[in-house]
Every structure is written in C-alpha cells, then in structure tokens.
Design a protein around this ligand. Structure first.
Ligand SMILES: Cc1ncc(COP(=O)(O)O)c(C=O)c1O
Length: 445
C-alpha cells in the first residue's frame, strides 16, 4: 500500500486525471490498475501463450484430421517394448517391423552391447564436458579414425546428432557470399543448415546433375564458394544418385561436394562402405562426407569425414561441437564396435542386399509401386493419398506388420507412401508374408 501511495504521489496532474477516469470506467481499484494495467493490453494472447499460437492450433487440427479422416488411431509415438529390429513389441503384441534404421542388426548385437556397457563402466554414462575441455576420451579418437579409414578420408569428427551435424557444419562453413545447390529431396537437416548459413540456396530437380551444371555455368562467378549437396541413398525413395557425374561437375566449376550417407553407409557397396564404394570413386573427390551413426552403427550421432584441414577447423570452431558435451561413452563404444564388426563381417551386408532384393522383386511381381528404389534398404510403397496411406498402415498393423506412413507435408499427397526399412535380421518368410499382405490390404482399401 505504501508503494501505491508513493506511486500515486509521483503522478502528474494529467496522469492522476487519467487514473480517476479509469477507476470510474473499469469500476476497479487503484491496486488492480497498478498491478494489471500496462501498455501491453493490446498484445494478442497468441503472441505470448503457446497453446493459443496459430502453429499449435494447426498442428492440433492436422492430428485430429488424421484421426477422423483416416478413422484410425494416431500412428505416431507408438510406445514399443524391447528392441527395434525385424520384430517389435507394441501394446504387448509382437509384430514384424519395418520402421527401424537398425540396418545391420548391430543395435541388438551382443558384442556391441558389451562394448557399450564396458565403456560405461570405464568412463561413466556421460563425458560431462565439451570435448575441447575435459570431455575427450580415447574412444572418441578411435571412432573418428575408424570412420575415416572406412571411407578412405584423411580424418573425421563426430557430433552427438546427425541432424546437428548437417545443420552446424553447413551453417558454420558457408555464408552470405556463397551458393548452396541441393537436391529437391534433400533432408531437413541440410535445409536448416542452408538457412543458418545465410547463403543463396537453389534446389535442383531430383538427381538432375545437368541442371546443376547449367546453373553453375551461368552463375558460378557471382559467388565466392559453391556447395553441392546430395544424399548417398535418398531417405524417402531409396534411390542412389550418379555420384561420378556430380564429381565431374564440382571439379569443373571449382565447387565443394557434400554427400549425406545417413542411409547409404553400412548399406550399399559390396562391403557396406557406402556410395563411394558403390561407384568406386576416389574418396578425396568428395569434400564433406557426412553420415549418421544412429542407423547402421547402432548409436546416436553424426560425422563429417574429409581432409584434415576441414576436420580440424570444425573441431575448434563448429558450434554444435565446441559448445556441446561430447558423445557419451556408451554411444561412442557402440558405434566403434559396430564399425569394427562391419569390417570383420562384410557378409552381413550381402545378406541385407539379398533381403532388399527379395522385397523389391516380390513387390514388383505384385505390381506394388516402389518408385525409384534400387540397390538400397529403403523401399517405399507409394499409395498416393495420405488418408489411404494411414488406413493401410493401420490395416497392416492389425495383420501383424509395423510400417509407418509418410504423408503430406513430409511428401506430396499424391506421393504418400509406406516406407519399408529392410534390415539384416528380416527372414525371407517375413518378407514374403509382408509383400503378400500389403498387396491384399491395398486392394481392399
Ligand atoms: C538423410 C538424413 N540425414 C540426416 C539425418 C539426421 O540423422 P539423425 O537421426 O542421426 O539425427 C537423417 C535422419 O533420419 C536422414 O535421413
């Protein structure tokens, strides 16, 4: 109250008049006015309350649209028990599973688990600091050396997430004077990196190296540096770009080339060493080899492999590396053990190739539309309508198969699809049963 008296006494005659007017109009007390009234009364609720924001409202509408139009339960955030491999347990029921990145079965491999547990016993569950400070442990370097040797690059750096690897590397290395050309189907993490960089960004038609060549012939000299970004295996379509052509173009136009190997490393090439092995190219021709270790390598994180200069520069300056705690001991050891196992047992890759080939052949026999997928472990079945796609996913789940829908806005509505990730542990019987069931259910929807 004393506060209030002091405040009123400091008001000018004008302000006192206005206060009196408000007391009469609002039929309220001076205390109320002083505590609640401020100049921000006209700021809409949506600007300072998340539950009223248009973005949140749109999301709620989209989710309820999926449920009501599809007549099904929300297909996302299904809670599983146990391991995410060729089978999965959801709601206490074991079903065949095609929604796991566990391509080589290392996420449920006893040797990999043992290595992770031993690392936790030795180093604890967290490195508890940025690697630059006191977070560095021996196995971080061992992992980076294994990655570099797998690819044939000079060196490598690991980050704690694949998404952050792309975002931070591109965002940090390039700036407003530069041009970034990327495939139209490129992953979100690359797009975020482009936005962060402030570079001019041009998306080129899928796999269309001719257009890249043409753009650079016309525009190269307007920019300082140019980065071309492609994927080793496209994550929605499972196809592989013509890497030698992109190398030719990047050399001709004195540009950088980056390849995201999230879905190609461990999967394509005779020994699973990715698109470099698949196309037998010189690894030094790619400036930034990016990959995730959350997929074939049974862990969590991402890497950049390349020349010593770029790796050293990123290690001392990339925000997601410098200002972030290092990869945890368990995750590091799991990735390291997986890579060593891949090198020791390349026959796993052959089995994976056979499984994927079988799926694709059977799907073609049943006239399912698998789009551009070839020689990879990502096989879409294009349904061409988001609602039908959700319904099919639900019908398959009821029949004992877990596969997730990819719908608008992740892909165009007419390209809505079920995306099958094949892994080393799938049996031929599981694949036969799945393709037959998909064909039957698709007919009925
Ligand atoms: C092509 C591609 N790049 C990057 C990422 C991000 O990797 P992570 O899930 O390890 O963060 C993904 C994730 O699925 C991806 O598909």
């Amino acid at each position: 109250m004393t506060d209030l008296t002091t405040k009123i006494s400091t008001l000018s005659v004008e302000e006192k008049r206005s206060l009196l007017k408000q007391l009469i109009q609002k039929k309220t007390s001076a205390v109320e006015i002083f505590t609640n009234d401020n100049d921000n009364d006209d700021i809409p609720l949506a600007y300072y309350d998340f539950s009223h924001s248009p973005q949140y409202r749109n999301l709620e509408q989209m989710i309820s649209g999926i449920k009501t139009k599809g007549g099904v339960v929300d297909p996302y955030f299904k809670v599983r028990e146990g391991i995410n491999s060729n089978t999965i347990v959801i709601d206490g029921r074991e079903v065949i599973n095609f929604s796991s990145y566990n391509y080589l079965g290392f996420a449920n491999d006893p040797d990999v688990s043992l290595a992770a547990k031993a690392a936790i016993d030795r180093y604890g569950t967290s490195v508890s600091a940025s690697r630059l400070l006191s977070g560095e442990i021996t196995i971080h370097r061992e992992l980076e050396q294994e990655i570099a040797s797998l690819i044939g690059a000079e060196d490598a750096i690991v980050f704690t997430a694949g998404h952050a690897t792309n975002e931070s590397t591109i965002g940090h290395l390039f700036d407003k004077n530069d041009l970034i050309l990327h495939d139209e189907l490129i992953h979100n993490s690359i797009l975020q990196g482009c936005l962060l960089s402030g570079s001019t960004r041009i998306s080129f038609p899928h796999n269309d190296w001719q257009t890249v060549d043409q753009i650079l012939t016309e525009q190269r000299r307007r920019y300082k540096r140019v980065l071309i970004v492609i994927e080793g295996v496209y994550s929605m379509d499972g196809d592989i770009p013509d890497l030698p052509k992109f190398i030719e173009i990047k050399k001709r136009h004195k540009s950088f080339l980056m390849v995201d190997e999230a879905h190609s490393m461990g999967v394509i090439g005779d020994r699973g060493r990715g698109i470099g092995e698949y196309h037998s190219v010189n690894p030094a021709d790619i400036d930034l080899w990016m990959g995730t270790i959350s997929k074939s390598f049974a862990s969590c994180g991402g890497y950049i492999a390349g020349c010593q200069a770029v790796v050293k520069y990123l290690k001392y300056t990339a925000p997601a590396f410098v200002y972030s705690a290092g990869m945890s001991p368990g995750n590091t050891a799991a990735a390291l053990a997986s890579i060593r196992k891949l090198k020791a047992e390349p026959e796993r890759v052959q089995s994976l190739h056979e499984r994927a080939k079988l799926f694709l052949e059977l799907a073609s026999d049943r006239r399912l539309n698998t789009g551009m997928s070839k020689h990879s472990a990502v096989i879409p079945v294009i349904v061409g309508n988001s609602v039908r796609c959700i319904q099919l996913s639900q019908a398959l789940f009821d029949r004992g198969i877990n596969v997730l829908p990819q719908i608008y806005p992740a892909v165009e509505d007419k390209a809505a699809r079920l995306r099958f990730f094949i892994n080393f542990n799938h049996t031929p019987e599981q694949i036969h049963f799945t393709v037959n069931t998909v064909a039957k259910e698709l007919d009925q929807i």
